[in-house]
Design a protein around this ligand. Sequence first.
Ligand code: ADP
Length: 398
Amino acid sequence: MKILVINSGSSSLKFQLINMTYKKTIARGLFERIGEKKSCFHFRKNSTSETIETAIKDHSTAISTALNALTSRENGILKDITEIDAVGHRMVHGGEKINKAEVLTPEIEQIMEDNAKLAPLHNPAMLKGFIETKKLLPDIPHVAVFDTAFHSTMPPHAYIYGLPYEYYSEHGIRRFGFHGPSHHYIARRTAEILGKGYDEVNCITCHMGNGVSIVAIKNGKSVDTSLGFGTMCGVPMGTRAGDFDPDILLYCISHLGLNADEMKDVIYKKSGLKGISGLSNDMRDIVDGAESGNERASLALNIFAHTARKHIAALATNLTEGMDALVFTAGIGENSIRVREEICRGLEFIGIRLDPEKNHIRGEESEISADDSPVKILVVPTNEELMIAMETEEIIRG
Ligand code: ADP
């Protein structure tokens, strides 16, 4: 079976064609700056890649360009589009009604539209990607895999905030959690690595890329997470603030004269690693800066590690009957030796003991805990697209 995975953003679109027999990506591509003068199409198959600067006026053009690349005789990937068996679409917000992947029907489209206000940047763009792909591939199943669905197993005491209950019951304000396919994939791989059944795995997964979320997984189910109603809380991210006291918002609005849009700009685009360091939103620059004596880069690194540690220790309270592993993934988690070292230093009291030698790896699946560590520490490269394809396959096979 071959599954096309589509991840559609407002001005970008990523795709991967995955052979499900071997769980291998056959080809992948990325369109950037859709609708602008200088759009770009990066395409990769086997070990060759190319970047074409070409006008991509909209999502429909991006998808037809992708299908042409996949079926062109010179690329030799597919004879024609009938070789694609299904499409898996990454969707961000399923709201409260969606707790698993779903075949895209008009009802699911409606739920996506209803949830647009919860994810205004993502849901409309993803829906657009689906509508345009469906026009070009009308005869095969299209499945939506939601970021939020993996966290639908959280108990009410983890997802309801300390606000008046009506904010939840009437307005749906609650913790949702994000990066579901990544955490789900990591938990599955962790179970395989540890030789346990998926329903028996107890771990904390740290997805640390441009966005950061940490999740407690008990018996294979998400039971609590550092992200919330939106993607703002938890650990400071590239440009997002992470946890801060909501009183600060009220103070800035009352005393600094900032309005809601200006505050949003501050907390989403000018905060986090970039705001603290004044240097960069990229963890590589922060680590380099800290190592060459830049004090604010050091401060950003310390705040990141301290907040991550705090969340890991707090989330571990969900796993008092046993914690098998702490798992790092995504750009920072997979690649930053220094960040993993900083986070683990100070977590020995909950059984997390790093082996500094084993920690010297980047981007490869590896166990990095000391031999006597009660909790295993793992690095597992994430593969959200493969998880989306696996969930798509499971849905269409019933
Ligand atoms: P996204 O969340 O957009 O998918 P990634 O998971 O690719 O992002 O993570 C991107 C981030 O990973 C970069 O901003 C950078 O901070 C971090 N990163 C990548 N390589 C390294 C490295 N070697 N050391 C530290 N951080 C890294």
